[in-house]
Design a protein around this ligand. Structure first.
Ligand code: DGY
Length: 320
């Protein structure tokens, strides 16, 4: 079977596929136009998809009738019409667990960066503007004993909560599709309504799977209810927050700051006004960017393809 991989992934995944006797096709140039990408897909049996540049929707599936399976090099599958894939019997593999630690590390890093105004202070050093010691300037806030609100207490949300509990003895509240009693016991966390989450969090960190109903969930009316000292963290998907409303909340003092590893669109343009704000820290979607996580993702994606090629169920499958 022919596997099309649109971008290089760690060797561990490639070697596994080759050892399993699969034929691999890489593009000559990794920055493909939609048409070029489609042509590669039309000539493959299986796709190992890296990144969220192109959508797997009805138009795609109609244009690529030979595609038998797709293995995503990601845990998120918001760029795939899972219903349509399932209707056509196309399994969609993903890579859960292996990136939970790395992604929650980035949420934790952003929380501290914003609380201690790291990007603002870093910029001062770069600008040769260190300045004299000033008891009243560039003051951050401490996180000890504060309340962490987790939106989406899945694997990544749980690990973020665990870190905050251990490092800063933070109180954990969360909102989720379902109450998670096991996680509550382990974290001493409390399930709250969305409204309570928004009103009571000192740090509100987004970790849910993104679906179309979540588009712009964190908007003006939500930021309005948040505490003025609160920090908004998003390492899930940029579609969760309404960017202009976030900008206004940050400049009008409705919230203290924001840490984003995801934006909408990606990449964020360098002249985006959010980047001018001293209470914002933006990273270029590096949640899973560790050697360990990326190797794990390569292993799982290859494992999904190999299982499928043997007529078995993908071990990590996003279809219901
Ligand atoms: C994921 O796995 O969904 C990440 O966002 C991609 O790095």
């Amino acid at each position: 079977m022919k596997v099309f991989i649109n971008k290089r992934i760690p060797e561990i995944g490639i070697n596994r596929l080759l050892e399993a006797g699969l034929q691999i096709v890489f593009p000559e140039n990794e920055s493909l136009t939609y048409e070029e990408w489609l042509e590669y897909c039309q000539n493959a049996d299986i796709i190992l998809n890296v990144g969220g540049d192109f959508k797997y929707d009805k138009v795609f599936f109609d244009a690529c009738p030979n595609i038998k399976a797709i293995a995503l090099y990601s845990v998120g599958f918001d760029h795939v019409d899972i219903k349509e894939a399932t209707r056509r019997n196309i399994p969609i593999g993903n890579t859960p667990d292996v990136l939970s630690r790395a992604t929650s590390d980035v949420a934790f890093l952003l929380m501290q960066s914003v609380a201690r105004r790291a990007s603002y202070n870093f910029q001062k050093v770069i600008d040769d503007n260190w300045g004299a010691f000033d008891p009243l300037h560039a003051l951050g806030q401490e996180l000890y004993g504060k309340t962490l609100g987790v939106f989406g207490l899945g694997r990544i949300g749980f690990q973020m909560a665990e870190k905050c509990k251990k490092a800063f003895d933070m109180e954990i509240i969360y909102h989720n599709r379902h109450q998670n009693e096991e996680a509550e016991r382990e974290l001493g966390g409390t399930y709250v309504s969305f409204d309570e989450l928004v009103r009571n969090s000192d740090v509100l960190s987004v970790h849910a799977n993104f679906t179309p109903e979540h588009k712009d969930l964190f908007n003006e009316s939500v930021f309005e209810k948040m505490k003025p000292n609160s920090i908004f963290i998003n390492t899930a998907r940029g579609g969760f927050h309404q960017e202009e409303d976030l900008y206004n909340a940050l400049t009008e003092g409705k919230i203290w700051g924001a840490g984003l590893d995801v934006t909408n669109p990606e990449p964020m343009s360098a002249d985006n006004p959010l980047l001018k704000l001293s209470n914002v820290c933006v990273l270029p979607h590096i949640g899973s960017a560790t050697i360990e996580a990326r190797n794990g993702m390569a292993r799982l994606a290859a494992g999904n393809i190999i299982a499928f090629s043997k007529g078995e169920k993908m071990p990590n499958c996003a279809n219901p």
